[in-house]
Structure formats: C-alpha cells, structure tokens
Ligand binder design. Sequence first.
Ligand SMILES: Nc1nc2c(c(=O)[nH]1)N[C@H]1C(S)=C(S)[C@@H](COP(=O)(O)O)O[C@H]1N2
Ligand SMILES: [Mo]
Length: 390
Amino acid sequence: MNVNQTVISTSPENRETPLADVQGWVTPSRWFFVRSHYEAPEVDLDSWEVSVAGCVERPLAVNWEQLNSLPQQSVFYTMECAGNGRSFLHPAVEGVQWNAGAVGHAEWSGVPLKYLLDEAGLQPDAVEIVFSGGDLGVEKGYDEPQPYARSLPLEKALHPDTLLATRMNGELLEQSHGFPVRLLVPGWYGVASVKWLKSIEVVSQPFDGYFQTVKYTIQRETGRGMQSEVVGPMPVKSEMIRPTADATLGIGANRMFGMAWAGEEAVEAVEVSVDGGETWQRAELNGPRAPYSWTLWEYLWEVAVPGEYELMSRAISTGGRIQPTQHDPNFSGYLINFSRKTTVHIEAEQQSHDLLGDWKSLRHEMTEVARARAGMPLDAEMEFSSGAGI
Ligand SMILES: Nc1nc2c(c(=O)[nH]1)N[C@H]1C(S)=C(S)[C@@H](COP(=O)(O)O)O[C@H]1N2
Ligand SMILES: [Mo]
C-alpha cells in the first residue's frame, strides 16, 4: 500500500505518521512517527544493561535477560511530540516544522519502572529521576557531547503504568523507537519517553539538562505571573483526517472523521462545527475509550447548500478540559492543540462521501482486543501471539 508519509530527515531519522491513511485504533509500528535529535546508537544485546544509581539504598544494573524475566505490563498510549503541528503556527516558530503527524497510538509492553526503583530503594532526599539515552550530541553551551536526557518527578516515575518498554505492538522495539529499551511515560508528551535507555539516576536536585530547561519548556500565565514550566503532561486535542483541506464534496451526507486524545484522561466527547466554530454538534465516538489512548470519531454531515464551509473539531476530556480554538503564544512552538479550520467546497454535481465501509465490524474487533488486554495484573506473564499487533 502506498502511504502518504512526510519524511523530515533521515539522519537523524525524523518522520511523521501517515495520518491520512490511518484506518484503525492502533498505529502499525512501521508507520509510527519518529523523533530523534541525534543518530540512533547501535546496541549489542549481549553487553546491554541499564543501571539504577544515585540516591538509592542499593545501586543495581539489569541486563537484557534479567529485565525480560521481571513482571511485564502492557499499556495502550497515544504518544505525541510536543512540537506536533508547529507548521500551522502564524507567525512561524523555529524548530522542526511538523504537520499533524507527529502522533501515533500503540500498545507498549515492558517492566514497570517502579519495580526497579523499589528494588533499588529510594533514599529520603530523592526528588527526581534522570533518564539518559545512548544517543549523544553537542548542543549550544556544551563543549562535549551529551546524552539525550530527561527527568521525571517521583510520582510519575513510580506510577505503575510508567514502563521500561521493550515491545511495541507486540514486537521488540525497532531501532528508531529505542531498541532495546525505552522509558514509556503514558499521558505525557513523547519527549519524556527516553529511547535507548542506558542509565537511571535518582537525584536530590531538580535536573537542569538541555532538553529539560533550554528546549521543551513553556511560559504559562499563572495567578502569580508568568512561570516557566517543563513540557510534560499532554492536553486535550483532536485531529480531523477527513475531509482534507480544500476538498470538493457533494451535497448529501459527507463523512467527517478523525481522532482525539486527552493525555492521562480519556476523551469524553468530540464536537464538530461546520460554520467556523459558531455552532457545535456531537460526533459519534468509535472503538475503545480509555485514559492515555486516542479515540476515533466520525460525524455524518448532511449538507444541502453548495458553497464554502469551515469545518472544525474539538475534544472534551473526562475531566472537563476543552480543546482551545487558539494557540497560546506563551507556549511558543510547543503544546499546539488548538482546533484548526478545514475549508471545503460543496458542489452540487459532486458525489457525496457517505460510505462507512466495514467500520462497524472494525469497531467490534477493537473493542474485543481492548477488553481482553485491559486490567492485566502486574504480575501476569504476557504472551504475544503472531507479533503482528492489531
Ligand atoms: N534518547 C532519546 N530519546 C528520545 C528522543 C531522542 O532524541 N533521544 N526524542 C524524544 C522525543 S522529542 C519524542 S517526541 C519521542 C519520539 O518517540 P518515537 O521516535 O518512538 O516516536 O522520543 C523521545 N525520546
Ligand atoms: Mo518530541
């Protein structure tokens, strides 16, 4: 199948998920976007190990075999790059000019980080955990190459869904997604999920690395003035995949389709507007609805009058957060979750697009898979069948 995939660079690898071709709940691994700041390291499984050190009672290191013998857990999670959608900003903001496709939804499996942290035992002065990858680069202000590194607050690091992930959609991670092990922080922007994980260091002072304090930070207006904030949890967002911008459609029933996600929350509802945001109607939600995961939505738009229309979608989370219609300029090139307008043309002669295909059976299948995988106990042995994912 020919897919419409935007490749931004090959060395290091940066490419988008071909969102326009997404048909189902789970993004196939080979389609999943890649965001790498540096060249991916080659890793030899025989000598690979990850260390836990710093403010711990018992520093330790775990090799590949040992890691795989520990209790496994699986989580479905929509990972998005914090700069996704940057190319839609006016005025333009520097950085990778992503379209809408730096996002994907996969099943991730591995060992809960909490398991290793409990083994090591946090000392009372621990405040954060720093994760470093095996990829290196020289950034402004540094003389020597530094590894890609990020920290997590203790609460998120100790959450049972935060994983040392070894598998994506049932198969070992591909090199570009962090083989053999990456940190996996569900509900947070992808930046937190350090690939090619090498070391875990428990620290007693907030981490001030490049990707923590120079890049991936925003300004936010609070009651006490403007505060600098590290990019972490994801807000609520939706994307419209169909119709595409500038499409010419016919009168009759036209299908609007897309996905929506809400970080650590689930999606409560998606609304669509066909008049540039004046009025909103409820879309239908398809397939599983769960925290961390995107939900697919559709709306059959009955249109009788030819002309130009401005279509929009907006998502609402279970906690009541609503997707904004404007980008907050204080966020500069990050947290780009505003509803964009899609202009379409309705012509009387054009065929309408009301075909739903085998959508109903696909929905049934997705729901079954989600039900079977949900609520898996922490100490369960996981089995991966064909390895094809779903
Ligand atoms: N070691 C390392 N981890 C990393 C990165 C990186 O460049 N190096 N990029 C981060 C960013 S910004 C994102 S959005 C996600 C992307 O993960 P993916 O390439 O598997 O989609 O990985 C994160 N983890
Ligand atoms: Mo990112």
